[in-house]
Structures are given as structure tokens and as C-alpha cells.
Design a protein around this ligand. Structure first.
Ligand code: URA
Ligand code: SF4
Length: 202
């Protein structure tokens, strides 16, 4: 869908910063559009801004963000190499789950970000981000297995906030992120070579 006036990431940021299209606008301090290069090959999509994100207007700047940066570093990425955003751009009070109606109202921004960035891989973080792309999946089954949805490769992972304090999930997310570099490499192969065997190594 083409949304009028959102022809660059900067214009999306601007639209998000003044958006009042759902009730989350009333309790936010700052909207959190997302950040990263327009040419990013990988997009990470979390759930929603939390306390620190709402204060700073930047995604993943609290404890979960610190762990995400650690995970990125373990596979040779810096935060600045990837695009990071959320399914909703404003914080739900008390960090409650975003409501379907809020996710629906905010979806136009996420869709336009994906269109403009055209990433090779979208990493969904947690259940809410997963079901935004694969509504019938459960996180425990879907995690760690990339698949193509409308021409984009979706790679579901646990949410770093959940994995941070649960040793078993932490190990899983640390293993799952290691699949990202080989996945990107495989997706970079010329089409003829990859052909029907795309994602063969998974
Ligand atoms: N958790 C999220 O899902 N997103 C953030 O930006 C921060 C924490
Ligand atoms: Fe607008 Fe999204 Fe914020 Fe709701 S969450 S007010 S739709 S930017």
C-alpha cells in the first residue's frame, strides 16, 4: 500500500511523531518510529516501545536492547548495520501487550518501512511480531526457521527481553542468531543457483 507523503524513512518518522491514529498516542511521551540505514539487509521487529524507549524516542535502548546488541555483536553486526523497529510505535502503558486494533492502526508505518528498506531478512522478535507476519504460528515452533512470506524471508526468534532472564531461552536465542549470517549468504546467491533449493541449509 502506498501511503501518501511517506516517501522516505525521514517522512515516516515525521508522520509517526505526530500520529494520533490510536489511543496509544495519548499516553506516550515520544513515539518510537525505528532507526537504522535505509539500505539495511536485516530488519529486527520487536513488540512495542517500553519505558526507556518512550522517554528517548529510540527503539531497544533498555536492558532488552543491550542484550540485542550483544546478540548482534556475536555474529559480527553492529546495531547501526540493521534497521530496528516495533509492531507499534508508541508505548502501551505498563508494558501491556499491544491490542490488535493498535497493531492494525500502526501497520501502515511498518509496511511502508519494509517497502522502502526492502530487507533480505525480517527478524521477528517474540510472539506479537511473529503473528504480524505468520498469524497461525506459535513462537516455540516457528523460532529459528526462516521462511518466505510474500517474497520476504521471515526469521522468527524469541524476544530478547524474555530470553534475557530465562537461561533455556537465552541459549536458544544465542544459537538462533548464529543462523543469520549463513541465511543472508544463501539469500545472496544468484537466483539460478539458489533456485528451488532456497533455504536448503535450514
Ligand atoms: N522491547 C520491544 O519489543 N521493543 C523495544 O523497543 C524495547 C523493548
Ligand atoms: Fe499512531 Fe502507531 Fe502511535 Fe498508534 S501506536 S498513535 S497508530 S504511531
Amino acid at each position: 500500500m502506498h501511503v501518501q507523503g511517506m516517501d522516505s524513512l525521514a517522512q515516516i518518522d515525521q508522520a509517526v511523531s505526530v500520529c494520533t491514529d490510536c489511543p496509544l498516542s495519548r499516553s506516550r511521551s515520544r513515539a518510537v518510529p525505528g532507526e537504522g540505514p535505509e539500505k539495511a539487509e536485516v530488519m529486527f521487529i520487536g513488540e512495542a516501545p517500553g519505558f526507556n524507549e518512550d522517554k528517548q524516542g529510540r527503539p531497544f535502548v533498555g536492558a532488552a536492547g543491550h542484550f540485542l546488541e550483544e546478540l548482534l555483536a556475536s555474529v559480527g553486526f553492529r546495531r547501526e548495520d540493521v534497521y530496528i523497529t516495533n509492531t507499534v510505535k508508541c508505548r502501551p502503558l505498563n508494558n501491556r501487550d499491544p491490542l490488535p486494533v493498535e497493531m492494525a492502526a500502526c501497520r501502515k508505518y511498518l509496511d511502508r518501512q519494509i517497502e522502502l528498506i526492502s530487507p533480505k531478512v525480517i527478524v521477528t522478535l517474540g510472539r506479537h511480531s511473529l503473528v504480524a507476519f505468520l498469524p497461525r504460528e506459535t513462537i516455540s515452533k516457528a523460532r529459528g526457521r526462516p521462511r518466505s512470506v510474500n517474497g520476504v524471508t521471515i526469521f522468527p526468534m524469541f524476544h530478547p527481553a524474555a530470553a534475557l532472564h530465562q537461561q533455556n531461552l537465552r541459549q536458544v536465542i544465542q544459537e538462533d542468531i548464529k543462523k543469520l549470517p549463513p541465511l543472508l549468504k544463501e539469500l545472496s546467491l544468484p537466483q539460478e543457483k539458489a533456485g528451488g533449493e532456497q533455504l536448503s541449509m535450514f
